[in-house]
Design a protein around this ligand. Sequence first.
Ligand SMILES: *Cc1c(COP(=O)(O)O)cnc(C)c1O
Length: 379
Amino acid sequence: MVDLKGQYAKIKEKVDRSIMEVIDTTSFINGPEVHQFQKELEDYLQVKHVIPCANGTDALQIAMMGLGLKPGDEVITADFTFAATVEVIALLQLTPVLVDVDPVTFNIDVEAIKKAITPKTKAIVPVHLFGLAANMDEIMEIASQHNLYVIEDNAQAIGADYISNDGSTRKTGTIGHVASTSFFPSKNLGCYGDGGAIFTNDDELAHTLRGIVNHGMYERYHHDVVGVNSRLDSIQAAVLRAKLPLLDKYNKARQRAAQKYTDAFKDVAAITTPQQCQSCRGEDYTSCSCHVFHQYTLRLQGIDRDGLVKHLNEKGIPCGVYYPIPLHLQKAYRDERYKESDFPVTNRLVEEVISLPMHTELDDEQIGYIAQAVMEFVK
Ligand SMILES: *Cc1c(COP(=O)(O)O)cnc(C)c1O
């Protein structure tokens, strides 16, 4: 699904040198690399504060702790996403409220958010799924009407642009009150281990978050709040510093691969190719900066998906089903308040979706081979 080896081969010299420098200085924790990476990411995203931490799941949890959410507060998020999002809500004894998604963008459905709001609702967590921003204009509007926090889960969309209705462009993860991201190796900006970060434009919240990641300490050995230990280590920061200048190029390579796939499937009625953002719809993918294709996900109509997965695997082509089970049907997250009729879209997507290999190193020959193999089965 990803080709981390191929990507590494092209940047080996730089990455190896950066890692060796960290080892030479032995500043493994909170070294200068971490601080410099923080600054460089703030510049890239045009956000006031980046708070590095140990992984994307911690980033979400710490963001929620920083906002002071309390047990029993309701947090609305999407039914069709990776479990980390709902997991941290539950871990903090907040009440997850899962809602359905949009069939075209796969992102949280704004009408469903409106219906799910109660007096106990405190926050909305939109996930920019597969690399495409959720409808942030509407979500921020709903949040301001109801006095709710917006926590963007940006783990799959780092580097993506969001174009607002007023025409202004901002990076995903800089629009809500706070955002989280992951530097897991296969993410669009991945390190060589675990890593994550929290972003915010709010100075006070940033200060709170910096203490929480460090055992609730604002002054050495003074523990003002209950915190956690969640650090990005210097070696990972060195890898990320080597890769951040390439992020736009990497995302372009993904967009180009997406365009090639989409061109190959355009006359196949049984395949729905991924949509772009509202603003860029109709243009080609390579000129749209809004979808950074963490995954390239097709919807299949009337095709035996398991058969297709088997067919592709037999040809040596990996593929994935993200996600095969709606969160509201997962044992850990069942809730008697949910009705199946609340989730018609997610229930259908889990049967229809398939994600094809998507990474920075795909060449035309590979894309042609993969597309051909899909067509053989579908036709
Ligand atoms: C990867 C991911 C996370 C978790 O990140 P980790 O670094 O693996 O903890 C959270 N949310 C989404 C949507 C993700 O894709």
